[in-house]
Design a protein around this ligand. Structure first.
Ligand code: ATR
Length: 277
């Protein structure tokens, strides 16, 4: 019997309990997934409480992915590189932190488009926040990519590239420059929060200049079909959805906790139906 959980604020609308219940069902293990809503003032005390419980591991979400680190006994290379943890496991060496966001993104993309990284590709990464960092680091692990990072605040893009050691294969550009150059990208990844609020029909960058067949990815998963993706589809792009990444990063967390290997693919349609509700 496993016990997992999620620490964050707020966590009430989290999809993680549903996803992990599906993964437990698929792998035939028994367990539960609890929600720990921690207010910022109580963080110290609540994390201590969580660590005293009979937990095998827990996820960490906004706004605590960085703040959790000093409370752990160690972090692996992925979390160290990003300075952020989204998965914690109880081990014989104590509580160890991991980050599955970047690899979750990349592997869900490769699952959908297995040939994408077979030749040298030009990538546009939109955004430079926490979500962008994980994806950027995972991209930098690929041999044959050239990445333009476009962000409203260009200095943040520059800092992200420098801190992740990406100068050899990446450069910061303005959103306007990226829009002009859009026809040269093979893969465009949208990681900003633009288009995420329920009535937000804006998108970070117009896509009229993209070429047919470009892979366009939006990590926003609610709505499933963002305006960014709608516009991409109209231009003949191939789409990659935010919920595919969400599911894959959960699969990796589950794998870290249990050493079992569930598959994301059989759950995708069901998950999409749930999101569209
Ligand atoms: P997260 O950790 O979830 O990625 P974040 O660190 O707040 O969140 O980053 C949000 C991203 O969305 C940033 O790239 C941000 O751009 P800035 O670095 O210039 O702030 C981008 N973003 C948010 N609102 C935006 C807006 N209205 N227009 C353009 N970019 C926006």
């Amino acid at each position: 019997m496993y016990t997992f959980g999620l620490a964050g604020f707020p966590v009430g609308h989290s999809l993680s309990p549903w996803i992990h219940e599906q993964l437990m069902e698929q792998t035939g293990v028994e367990g539960e997934y609890q929600l720990f809503e921690i207010t910022p003032e109580d963080f110290d005390e609540q994390i201590d409480q969580i660590k005293k419980q009979q937990l095998d591991g827990f996820n960490v979400t906004v706004p605590y992915k960085e703040k959790i680190i000093p409370y752990l006994d160690g972090i692996d290379a992925s979390a160290e590189q990003l300075g952020a943890v989204n998965t914690v496991k109880r081990t014989s060496a104590g509580w160890i932190g991991y980050n599955t966001d970047g690899t979750g993104f990349l592997h869900s993309l490769q699952a959908r488009f297995p040939d994408l990284f077979h030749q040298k590709i030009n990538v546009l990464l939109l955004g430079s926040g926490g979500a962008a960092r994980g994806i950027f680091a995972a991209l930098m692990d690929q041999a044959e990519v050239k990445v333009d990072v476009a962000n409203r605040t260009v200095s943040r893009a520059e800092a992200m590239i420098a801190e992740t050691g990406g100068d050899h294969a990446a450069r910061a550009v303005t959103i306007e420059e990226a829009e002009q150059a859009a026809g040269g990208y093979d893969l465009i990844i949208q990681t900003t929060t633009v288009g995420m609020s329920p009535n937000d029909d804006t998108s970070i960058m117009p896509l009229q200049n993209i070429k047919e067949g470009t892979v366009v990815s939006d990590i926003v998963y609610r709505p499933v079909m963002t305006n960014f993706l709608k516009e991409a589809e109209q231009k003949g792009a191939r789409l990659h959805f935010g919920h595919e990444m969400l599911l894959q990063q959960a699969v990796y967390a589950f794998q870290i906790w249990t050493d079992l290997h569930p598959e994301a693919h059989p759950l995708l349609e069901k998950f999409e139906r749930k999101l569209k509700g």
